[in-house]
Design a protein around this ligand. Structure first.
Ligand code: SF4
Ligand code: SF4
Length: 222
């Protein structure tokens, strides 16, 4: 899922303070699962903003909405009847959701209330870790299900580097060395010979180096 962390209240206040009527929009998908931008967080942020502005002697009109999926124009259309009553939109979705609203409602300023961070998995309650960087040409089948792009600090494709120490990364001793993990996993699978195979230089055009990417499924496109 896409993970995010909420921006500081000071940064959010600085964005919305020029306005009197705010449409605060959450999303029921990833940001809801990582407890940063769902219905509950929308209500909490709304209360915090109300309190702040009341202390300043200003009544802020904040309408709360949480869409099923903010990165989907179909759901973003549900905001249409509320736009006239809003001076600005404050979005608690990832950057995809913010941009979907900005594209649909061009006349309204849209501000992000969260910092979109990475594609990750839940390790345990309250802890998410980066697992994929969307390279567009997955090598997990070769690397024992562990991504060297997202999990090696240097994105080495034929690691480990000389700094790997006792299974930890030289960049941060709290992080497992991805190539140690790959080795352990290949060994457990009886595939340790695979570590000797040299991976060819990766073609990063399938990744961000090829510019913004689009997926078009002709069988689904209308
Ligand atoms: S190899 Fe690419 S697609 Fe596969 S997990 Fe890593 S970044 Fe994601
Ligand atoms: S120590 Fe391991 S994870 Fe860290 S940069 Fe080197 S190979 Fe990558």
């Amino acid at each position: 899922m896409i993970t995010a962390v909420r921006k500081s209240i000071e940064e959010i206040i600085a964005c919305v303070s020029p306005y009197d009527r705010i449409l605060l929009v959450g999303c029921n998908e990833c940001v809801s699962v990582c407890s940063v931008g769902g219905r509950k967080e929308v209500a909490l942020l709304s209360s915090a903003l109300h309190m702040h502005f009341l202390k300043q002697g200003k009544t802020m009109d904040i309408r709360e909405m949480t869409l099923e999926r903010q990165c989907d124009p179909e759901y973003v259309e549900e905001l249409v009847n509320y736009m006239d009553g809003a001076d600005a939109v404050l979005s608690m979705a990832c950057g995809c959701g913010v941009q979907t609203i900005a594209a649909r409602y061009r006349e309204k300023p849209v501000f992000p209330a969260v910092n979109t961070t990475f594609m990750g998995a839940s390790e345990r309650q309250g802890v998410w870790s980066e697992r994929c960087q969307g390279c567009g040409d997955c090598v997990l089948g070769i690397t024992g299900g562990i991504c060297p792009i997202a999990r090696c600090s240097k994105r080495l494709m034929n690691g480990p580097c000389g700094g790997s120490t006792k299974g930890k990364c030289e960049i941060d001793a709290n992080i497992d060395c991805a190539w140690q993990l790959i080795w352990d996993r290949l060994k457990a699978l009886g595939l340790e010979k695979r570590i000797e195979d040299i991976m060819e230089a990766k073609d990063w055009r399938t990744s961000r180096d090829g510019g913004p990417r689009t997926i078009t499924r002709e069988d689904l496109a209308s």
